[in-house]
Every structure is written in structure tokens, then in C-alpha cells.
Design a protein around this ligand. Structure first.
Ligand SMILES: [Fe+2]
Length: 237
């Protein structure tokens, strides 16, 4: 059964075990292993307090020694690297962003998404769901996420695009998706047109996967790949 996620101030929060009701009571995990152990405990319960998970993720102080083994970069696309499958309840992963790499505008397939910065900084731009066919998408807000900050989004909040704004530094983020998903939708900013895209892992537990980066494998890089191929196919002037 999927977890039910609620906020601290919702009356249904009473279903959350007492020890997870108050996010101010979070104990900072000493390292990534402790963070995962605590996340495992939280998601072993049916009902989960979003605010507690958010505070827990933010309290972890990024230490490269904890996550270096999962940090795999690709020169052409940002990568998704699985760290934990959480007994099927969630996926925890590292996303590695080279200089200037970014995602397309996407939804989260009715899942909940926490995103914490482990290295560098990220720009998150949120969008409203497309209102009318063929109309440009409307921006909701843009936030710069700094080291150790954590953001949260789900489909009720809207859509977003994530980018590494730096042209000199790479960036790494730690993501928690509840429940895990293998498909989502990407949206064209100019028209709001959606398309379904599969999501795959560049590596799992530090090992390169056999999931080939096909055009549809990574929703957020495929357009750029196609653009790149088109550009390369152009005859020289
Ligand atoms: Fe996202």
C-alpha cells in the first residue's frame, strides 16, 4: 500500500505516529546512512508527515564522503542515480547536473517529490498546469536552492523545471520520490503540449545500469539531445 502523506497542520495528521508529528523535533542524521535509516522508519508507517520529512532532509548536512560513490556525471545529460528503493515505498536518488544542464518542465505522476541540494545550487521554476491548448505556460515562481536546502513539490502544487545555473560548477541533488514512478509528462513551454516520457537510471547503487539512454529514457534531456542531433545534421554554412 502506498503511504498517505499529510501536513502537520491537517487534522488527519493525527494518524501520524506521535514521534513524527512535530518537524521541530527532528534529530539531525549524522550521515546519509542514518538519513536513509530514518526515512525507512518513517515510510514503514501508513501515514507520513510531509513537513517532518522535509525538515529531516534539510537537517542532513551534505558530506561528499557519504554520497561520492553515487555521483555519476554524463557530459550530455543530467543523470539519475539510484541510492535506495526503500522497500518499494520510495526511491531515493542522486541527480548530477553538469554546468548549465537542466530538466524540461515536468509533472510528478501523482507522486511526492523532495529535492535537496548536496553540492552547488539549483534554480527551480514552478509553472501552473496548462490552462488552454496552444497557449504559453505561465510561470508561478522561481527559487534558487542553496546548499542543504530542500524543496517539495507534487502535482497539486504544479509543474517545475530544474536547472544548474552555473557555467563553471556542477551541482548534485538528493531526491526522494514517494511512491516511485517510471513515467511522467514533459511539457512544451510555448504550447503546454504534454508528452509521456519514461524515466530511467544512469546507475543503481553506484553501478552503471544497462538502461540505455534512449531518446525517451530521460524526459529532461531528450529534447536537448534531439536538438543537438538536428544541429549536427545541419550542413555547414
Ligand atoms: Fe521534478
Amino acid at each position: 500500500m502506498d503511504n498517505i502523506l499529510v501536513h502537520s497542520d491537517e487534522h488527519v495528521g493525527m494518524r501520524v505516529p506521535m514521534k513524527y508529528r512535530d518537524e521541530k523535533a527532528v534529530v539531525r542524521p549524522a550521515n546519509l546512512v542514518e538519513l536513509i535509516a530514518e526515512v525507512d522508519k518513517i515510510f514503514s508507517e501508513d501515514t507520513v508527515n510531509v513537513d517532518y520529512v522535509h525538515a529531516l532532509m534539510e537537517s542532513y548536512k551534505s558530506n561528499p564522503a557519504d554520497w561520492r560513490a553515487y555521483a555519476k556525471f554524463d557530459p550530455h545529460r543530467y543523470t539519475r542515480n539510484l541510492v535506495s528503493e526503500g522497500n518499494g515505498k520510495y526511491n531515493m536518488m542522486l541527480l548530477c547536473w553538469n554546468e548549465g544542464q537542466g530538466s524540461s518542465i515536468h509533472d510528478h505522476a501523482n507522486s511526492h517529490c523532495f529535492m535537496k541540494v548536496l553540492q552547488g545550487s539549483l534554480i527551480e521554476t514552478q509553472y501552473y498546469w496548462p490552462a488552454k491548448k496552444g497557449q504559453p505556460m505561465k510561470r508561478k515562481q522561481t527559487t534558487e536552492l542553496m546548499l542543504d536546502q530542500c524543496a517539495y513539490i507534487d502535482d497539486t502544487i504544479g509543474l517545475h523545471r530544474v536547472e544548474n545555473p552555473s557555467h563553471v560548477d556542477s551541482a548534485i541533488t538528493l531526491h526522494l520520490y514517494i511512491p516511485p514512478y517510471s513515467e511522467c509528462h514533459c511539457f512544451d513551454e510555448n504550447t503546454g503540449k504534454p508528452r509521456t516520457a519514461k524515466v530511467t537510471f544512469w546507475s543503481k547503487y553506484g553501478q552503471r545500469t544497462r538502461e540505455a539512454p534512449t531518446e525517451s529514457a530521460d524526459p529532461d534531456s531528450s529534447k536537448r539531445d534531439a536538438d543537438l542531433r538536428n544541429a549536427m545534421a545541419q550542413p555547414a554554412p
